[in-house]
Design a binder for this molecule. Structure first.
Ligand SMILES: C[S@@+](CC[C@H](N)C(=O)[O-])C[C@H]1O[C@@H](n2cnc3c(N)ncnc32)[C@H](O)[C@@H]1O
Ligand SMILES: *[C@@H]1O[C@H](CO)[C@@H](O)[C@H](O)[C@H]1NC(C)=O
Ligand SMILES: *[C@@H]1O[C@H](CO)[C@@H](O)[C@H](O)[C@H]1NC(C)=O
Ligand SMILES: *[C@@H]1O[C@H](CO)[C@@H](O)[C@H](O)[C@H]1NC(C)=O
Ligand SMILES: *[C@@H]1O[C@H](CO)[C@@H](O)[C@H](O)[C@H]1NC(C)=O
Length: 282
């Protein structure tokens, strides 16, 4: 993708915890690769190179997630799956699924809980960025896990009504242009009885903790972004976008507005994150 846009590389939006560093870093690495191999690298080898670049960026980005959250994002994601508590008949759509972090956890969970069954859960990972999906595909191959990979915008899903029993979206909805549209699509593709679960940053309500969190966010995270990923701006953007995302009660209302019932949320780690959930009942 970036190879086709040299000089004027298009930086797409992304990130688990950080939406942006993926792409700015990939762009820089990619420029080097392209420059280095411009005369000698054959066209068909370029796709592999793009995958290499994105794999290395994805690994770096995974590391940033661990460092910034002190490893907590793993616990948050595990909690999300535990809350969903899928059975082996579950049909999952993991939206903004990136490299498949949530999908792999889902499959592990189902296989651990229902090891007596031979059925594997039907899991689809959807993401707007195809290069990221390619990294996910190769990770799935390494793990020997078979998933469906679909490149699409969460605001306009290419699936028929009532296709899935579970819908997950982790650290993905914050960066979507029209959040209500994403929620409406989630509702549409879920079957009656289907469950919606969203993991996203939220707001710390305790005033003292909030001060500490603000200091950490604005004075520590961008510095770490610069030191570890060489990218201050993306991490600055990250903390700003977290502040702009609706508060938990407002987001809960938005989820109810598209038709979900039994809508609730569970704050995690003093409200730095929250798991929002709801059911499509009919
Ligand atoms: C921070 S990553 C999260 C990946 C994964 N869910 C996780 O928690 O590790 C955010 C992902 O959202 C994707 N994304 C951003 N906007 C999107 C949209 N409108 N539709 C679908 N995916 C989108 C990005 O490409 C990126 O892979
Ligand atoms: C998504 O993230 C990118 C940074 O990666 C940012 O430039 C863009 O404005 C974001 N879009 C929205 C709707 O927040
Ligand atoms: C690109 O190459 C230059 C020159 O070799 C190097 O200094 C720079 O660190 C490289 N950039 C990245 C992102 O690897
Ligand atoms: C998995 O679920 C999707 C969405 O409902 C469906 O299109 C697909 O056929 C299913 N695959 C299998 C093997 O059941
Ligand atoms: C977002 O999408 C909803 C539902 O499709 C629509 O009603 C609303 O006008 C959209 N908002 C914006 C700002 O485009």
């Amino acid at each position: 993708m970036f190879l086709l846009n040299r000089g004027k590389a298009i930086v797409l939006s992304c990130a688990s915890i950080s939406q942006a560093s993926y792409y700015t870093t990939a762009k820089r690495l990619d420029e080097n690769y392209t420059h280095f191999g411009y005369k000698t690298v054959k066209t068909e080898e370029k796709a592999g190179r793009v995958l290499d670049v994105f794999s290395s960026v994805a690994s770096k980005y995974d590391m940033m997630n661990d460092v910034m959250s002190g490893g907590l994002h793993r616990l948050w994601k595990d909690r999300m799956i535990q809350k969903l508590n899928p059975d082996n008949k579950a049909v999952l759509l993991d939206c903004a699924g990136g490299t498949g972090d949530i999908a792999f956890r889902f499959v592990n969970y189902v296989e651990r809980q229902h090891s007596q069954f031979t059925d594997h859960p039907n899991v689809t990972v959807c993401d707007i960025n195809n290069d990221i999906l390619e990294v996910g595909k190769s990770r799935a191959l390494e793990r020997g896990v078979s998933l469906n990979w679909v490149c699409s915008n969460a605001e306009e899903l290419p699936f028929p009504d009532q296709s899935f029993t579970c819908y997950t979206i982790a650290f993905g909805i914050r960066n979507c242009t029209n959040i209500s549209k994403v929620l409406q699509e989630a509702y549409r593709v879920l079957r009656p009885g289907g469950r919606f679960v969203c993991l996203e940053f939220s707001h710390v309500s305790n005033p003292i903790l909030s001060k500490i969190y603000d200091t950490y966010s604005f004075q520590v995270i961008p510095v770490m972004g610069e030191v570890i990923a060489g990218d201050w701006n993306s991490y600055q953007y990250l903390v700003e976008s977290i502040r702009k995302f609706p508060a938990a009660d407002e987001f809960k209302q938005m989820i109810s507005n598209v038709g979900f019932k039994v809508v609730a949320y569970e704050p995690l780690t003093f409200g730095t994150c929250a798991i929002h959930s709801g059911f499509r009942l009919k």
